[in-house]
Ligand binder design. Structure first.
Ligand SMILES: [Zn+2]
Length: 105
């Protein structure tokens, strides 16, 4: 039986999620809470800077139209099955909406 990736939509508090998010980049990853750079996504359980415990993961390389999306998904999920994978476009869209809302506060 071959397992494939499929999206399941859930409701999450985006501001809370951002604080527990590991953002995977080409060579290094960064902390969604304090933006600390240079993390190894495969090894890092907590941010060395702000000490947050990561529960979610995303990568801009696994965004909506990216041809490389599934290669990155497999790479990340194989190393970090403990983290919930967040769609990068969903994350960015919601962050932009929150930023726009905060401007008018
Ligand atoms: Zn941090």
């Amino acid at each position: 039986m071959a397992a494939e990736f499929i999206r399941i939509w859930v409701e999450e508090d985006i501001e809370q999620l951002s604080k527990q998010l590991l953002i995977v980049g080409e060579s290094f990853s960064d902390c969604g809470n304090c933006r600390h750079l240079g993390l190894d996504f495969a090894q890092t359980r907590t941010c060395p800077e702000c000490k947050v415990e990561f529960k979610f993961v995303t990568s801009r390389y696994a965004g909506g139209g990216a041809a490389e999306r599934f290669r990155w998904l497999r790479k990340i999920k194989s190393k970090r099955p403990d983290l919930k994978f967040i769609d990068y476009d969903d994350y960015e869209r919601n962050r932009a909406r929150i930023r726009a809302r905060d401007i008018f506060k």
